[in-house]
Design a protein. Structure first.
Length: 329
């Protein structure tokens, strides 16, 4: 298990990561999500042992990693641009670390990895002949070759175009699950985080502002800024919130903010609507719903079934999801 304990990292006295406390249990994939410059790469580099901590600790299974150099941590790193060796074939790229370690039966392991990332038949190709997505698959297979106890991914899909990124994100999730890999991924892209990870930490200005199960964080963002960053269309407050509550047959609660994306919670107190668009990951669904008298509602939540456009849905407002209106908004 990886644990960050009040970790701070600075560059020339300027803080980049501030007081980060984070846990990642074995077999989980944690996405650290934050805007550019929020300190994500710095956090990852510190875990890899490439940046020293100013204060706090990074521990693996309870032991402080400070005295352990990068190459002895048993972690693998994968970057946005894969960084393949261009003069080596796909198979030799993937088997690189295995050859360095003189691992027995390396060829079998390479074949296994090629199958894992869906690149059977690509063994003898050179990187220059591959598409961006294929290159990232090779980079991933190479990172997984020595079965790292932790895989560190820095914006692994950001260099790919949108359609491919979405598909590869789902594949990445499957591959990590199939290999049982514990992974820490940093990204600025919320779709990527939701598609790949099962745990989420939100980072802003060097600080981790919220962390937890991905559905938990999405259903109940810590504050409006986090909600907006997670991709919510907007945060409803005041009159708009009251109108929604009335439509849902709930008593109007003055001075509440309804987080629109927290509306789909359970099946009680249904609010009828028609799905305008639906987008789903295995665990979460995001709906734009046209509700009579209210207009379009953008909602995110867990549903047992994934309705498609035009299907009637039942929404409910869960009073426990209402939060006091933040001051100043
Ligand atoms: P992110 O990965 O979230 O975009 P980074 O961790 O790269 O953020 O950067 C966090 C902050 O640290 C930024 O303000 C950035 O300018 C600064 N920073 C990053 N790397 C260095 C460096 N090598 N030297 C000085 N400042 C750096
Ligand atoms: Mg970065």
């Amino acid at each position: 298990m990886l644990a960050l304990d009040h970790l701070s990292v600075s560059y020339d006295g300027v803080p980049a990561v501030v007081d980060a406390t984070l846990e990642l249990a074995d077999g989980h994939v944690l996405a650290v999500l934050g805007p550019s410059g929020s300190g994500k790469s710095t956090l990852l580099r510190a875990v890899a042992g490439l940046e020293p901590a100013v204060s706090g600790r990074i521990c693996w299974d309870g032991a402080d990693l400070a005295p352990v150099p990068t190459h002895k941590r048993g972690f693998a790193l994968m970057f946005q641009d894969g960084q393949l060796f261009n003069h080596l074939t796909v198979a030799r790229n993937i088997g690189y670390a295995l050859r360095l370690r003189r691992t027995p039966r390396a060829a079998e392991r390479v074949a296994e990895l090629l199958a894992l990332v869906g690149l059977e038949g690509y063994a003898d190709r050179l990187p220059a002949t591959l598409s961006g997505g294929e290159r990232q698959r090779v980079a991933l297979a190479r990172s997984l070759a020595v079965a790292p106890r932790l895989l560190l991914l820095d914006e692994p899909l950001s260099a790919l175009d949108a359609g491919l990124r979405e598909r590869l994100a789902v594949d990445l999730r499957e591959i990590l699950r199939a290999a049982g890999t514990t992974a820490l991924m940093v990204t600025h892209d919320q779709e990527e985080a939701f598609a790949v990870a099962d745990r989420l930490a939100v980072m802003r200005a060097g600080r981790i502002v919220q962390q937890g199960d991905i559905a938990e964080v999405w259903r109940a963002p810590a504050d409006p800024e986090t909600a907006l960053f997670l991709g919510y269309a907007s945060v409803l407050e005041g009159a708009a919130a009251a109108a929604l509550l009335r439509a849902a047959g709930r008593p109007a609660a003055p001075a509440v903010a309804v987080r629109r994306s927290a509306l789909v919670v359970a099946d009680d107190g249904p609010l009828g609507g028609v799905v305008v668009s639906a987008r789903a990951t295995p665990e979460l669904i995001r709906l734009v719903v046209d509700v009579d008298g209210i207009g379009a509602v953008d909602a995110v939540g867990r549903l047992g079934t994934h309705p498609g456009p035009g299907d009637p849905v039942r929404l409910s407002v869960d009073p426990s999801r209402l939060a006091p209106t933040p001051t100043g908004r």
